[in-house]
Design a protein around this ligand. Structure first.
Ligand code: 13P
Ligand code: SF4
Length: 329
């Protein structure tokens, strides 16, 4: 458990409605019990949030947890599409998101009306969408995938049907190479993973000769071609834990290093530098919107809450349930 964080006061943090000196970690814990809430967190959340969460995971594991929870309230420490998935799979639960503005560049890259138009123009295509998309896009998709089940699901789809893969062109291109099948790619990208450069990788490789590169498949091909291991956040974590290497270069959002350092304390973990040049690696600005203070406030105010029309939930649920059925156990 993290040390208790004492909040200096609302003016210093710019947060409304917090008592000065409130012990945030303890207050969140008390509120979690009072609301019978479960706190789910993605590996890209700041360390103190990961430490107090009931469960930390990748997108697939978080979806499964949200679908099976007995808690009355789901507090989603992640981004909006993840909290939407929780609401779609557990519609009778109250789902809270600490910051309503926690979006995703992949979600923005694929407006539902454009995908609907694509479907009209290509009625023969199967639409496979990465889970990083809006609920409307899920409702327009045949099946949803995450980075940990995409290869398995794509291999199970009929060979005679053309496939549109949306919205991540890097992940889609990686999968097409992996399964040896042509995929039409939607032109979206994760602004974090797409920002890695070969120049910074070459520099790190020189400084740390022999350190393997573990990369998320949202990275561009030019990075993935240099990788010793490619996988979802959970898979990268497993690689870091099991690899005999003393040093590992990590090409994914750097907050995962918090969990890697916990599970592989003997390893030196080196974040790959992005276009912003930050030696700590490129932080996801959407994931970073969540803070301990906002986590507490969302439970206190029971807002922002994820609400969506029942018909949208029903339509989006079909492609998500197909994903859960088709995923490896
Ligand atoms: P996973 O945790 O499923 O690998 O997803 C990574 C990601 O970019 C989430 O936004
Ligand atoms: Fe979206 Fe990339 Fe941030 Fe994940 S890391 S939420 S894919 S912008």
């Amino acid at each position: 458990m993290t040390d208790t964080i004492v909040l200096p006061g609302p003016s210093a943090l710019g947060e409304e409605g917090l008592e000065p000196g409130l012990k945030l970690v303890e207050a969140i814990d008390e509120m979690r019990h009072r609301l019978k809430a479960v706190i789910l967190a993605h590996y890209y959340q700041e360390g103190p949030i990961q430490d107090l969460a009931d469960f930390v995971g990748d997108s697939l594991d978080l979806s499964r947890r949200a679908a099976s929870t007995q808690a009355e309230v789901i507090v989603f420490a992640g981004v909006r599409f993840m909290a939407e998935v929780a609401k779609i799979l557990s519609p009778d639960r109250l789902v809270l998101l600490p910051d309503a503005e926690a979006g995703c560049s992949l979600e923005t890259a694929c407006p539902a009306e454009d995908l609907a138009a694509y479907r009209v123009l290509h009625p023969d295509h199967l639409v496979v969408s990465y889970i990083n998309c809006s609920a409307e896009v899920k409702a327009l998709s045949d099946v949803i995938v995450t980075s940990s089940n995409a290869e398995h699901i794509l291999r199970a789809l009929p060979a005679d049907k053309p496939i549109l893969f949306a919205p991540d062109r890097n992940l889609g291109a990686y999968l097409a190479r992996k399964i040896g099948r042509e995929l039409t790619l939607w032109p979206g990208a994760c602004e974090v993973h797409d920002s890695y450069s070969l120049a910074s990788l070459a520099r790190l490789k020189k400084e740390h000769p022999g350190a393997p590169l573990a990369a998320h498949p949202e990275c561009p091909r030019i990075i993935l071609e240099q990788a010793d291991h490619v996988g979802s956040t959970r898979s990268l974590l497993e690689f870091a834990t099991k690899s005999p290497a003393a040093e590992i270069i990590v090409a994914t959002e750097p907050h995962i290093l918090h969990q890697m350092a916990r599970l592989a304390p003997d390893k030196r973990l080196i974040p790959l530098v992005g276009r912003d040049g930050d030696p700590g690696g490129p932080v996801c600005p959407y994931m970073a919107k969540n803070t301990l203070a906002k986590l507490y406030l969302c439970m206190l105010n029971q807002a922002p809450r994820v609400e969506m029309p029942a018909d949208l939930i029903a339509r989006a649920r079909l492609s998500l349930e197909r994903m859960l059925q088709m995923s490896p156990k």
